[in-house]
Design a protein around this ligand. Structure first.
Ligand code: TYM
Length: 339
């Protein structure tokens, strides 16, 4: 049986090579094997302050990038989360079956809320993982391809599904996360001890998929390394910068560690290493940017893909939502008939 897959990316900030390697590339590599649903999770993007004037365009941009990277909209369902009301509706049902303690334990909530005034942290930031569980459970997804920063959220989704099934009957499929073997966590070029993030404003932190290619080269050439000169894959925190550059090289070439080392045997120092990484990344981004320019020449094309995707997604989502409502004992709405 073809496995059902679901994943998504928030339309917040500019998509980075971390999002590409950790998520989108996995989707594309396996796109012929799966019955897959990929959404732009715009409801998640409002959990921290957002710009209403930019949200719609960002949402379209992320969808266009999925396609520009190579996702085939004829064989995958590509849609926008907020176009399917069942996501918010199921979230409420699941919220009522999720103990508060589970949510307070989420490291992403702890990290993000620590950066804000405690009083002004939105309730949405706390219930964020329940919405993510709703995204996954609505489609009976068996596999969820993500980067490894999402592991805890996938675990929570499994716990919520199991608890709901235990309380109300076997409604949900318990999903599993899948993580790339290389590049499940790409680190910042300005600080290789922190994850590369699309929401960071720091200069030279990230390479974004739509950055000017000269800027891409510059950012990688400015990557923080160490004071030594040894080019090796290493778990030593001192070597985190070099390890990250090698990981990016490996992720973009698809080579094994020993092949990467053989390719780079002539590199005489970190400058040569950075140059090699920059060239690989620039050449990988060039066709993506060309595809993106072509696809967005006519925005109505992206909008029509999303409209078609919403129709397909809603067929599955509505059915699951009804099953969950029935299992919880709600009086189901019937077609209107004059009493
Ligand atoms: P988001 O938007 O932060 O990131 C989208 C995807 O990119 C991966 N990723 C990375 N992978 C490797 N290295 C990095 N530096 C890096 N940064 C990000 C993430 O792991 C993710 O796969 N909660 C999710 C969005 C979401 C979702 C879902 C995902 C909402 N509902 C349902 C899967 C299924 C998030 O914030 O991703």
């Amino acid at each position: 049986m073809t496995k059902r897959v679901l994943s998504g990316i928030q339309p917040s900030g500019n998509l980075t090579i971390g999002n590409y390697v950790g998520a989108i590339r996995q989707w594309i590599e396996n796109q012929d094997q799966y019955d897959a649903y990929y959404c732009v999770v715009d409801l998640h993007a409002i959990t921290v302050g957002h710009d209403p004037a930019a949200l719609a365009n960002k949402t379209r941009e992320v969808a266009a990038l999925y396609l520009a990277c190579g996702l085939n909209p004829d064989t995958n369902v590509v849609f926008v989360q907020s176009h399917i009301p069942a996501h918010s509706q199921l979230e409420w049902l699941l919220t009522c079956a999720t103990p508060l303690g589970w949510l307070y334990r989420m490291t992403q909530f702890k990290d993000k809320s620590a950066k804000q005034e405690q009083e002004s942290v939105s309730t949405g930031l706390l219930s964020y993982p329940v919405l993510m569980a709703a995204d996954i459970l609505l489609y009976h997804a068996e596999l969820v391809p993500v980067g490894d920063d999402q592991k805890q959220h996938i675990e929570l989704t499994r716990d919520v599904a199991q608890r709901f099934n235990h309380l109300y009957g076997e409604i949900f499929t318990v999903p599993e996360g899948i993580y790339p073997t290389t590049g499940a966590r790409i680190m910042g070029f300005d600080d290789p001890t922190t994850k590369m993030s699309k929401s960071s404003d720091a200069q030279k932190h990230a390479v974004h998929l739509l950055d000017d290619l000269k800027q891409v080269h510059k950012t990688i050439m400015s990557a923080v390394t160490d004071s030594g000169n040894e080019i090796v894959f290493s778990k030593d925190p001192e070597k985190a910068g070099v390890n990250n550059l090698l990981t990016v090289y490996q992720a973009f070439t698809g080579k094994s560690e020993s092949e990467v080392m053989a390719n780079l045997a002539d590199a005489r120092g970190y400058g040569d290493l950075k140059k090699a990484v920059a060239e690989i990344v620039v050449e990988a981004l060039r066709p993506i940017q060309e595809n993106y320019a072509e696809l967005t020449d006519d925005v109505s094309y992206i909008d029509s893909i999303l409209a078609y995707g919403a129709e397909k997604a809603s067929e599955v989502a509505e059915k699951t939502l009804k099953e969950a409502q029935e299992a919880m004992g709600f009086l189901m709405a019937r077609q209107t008939v004059k009493p």
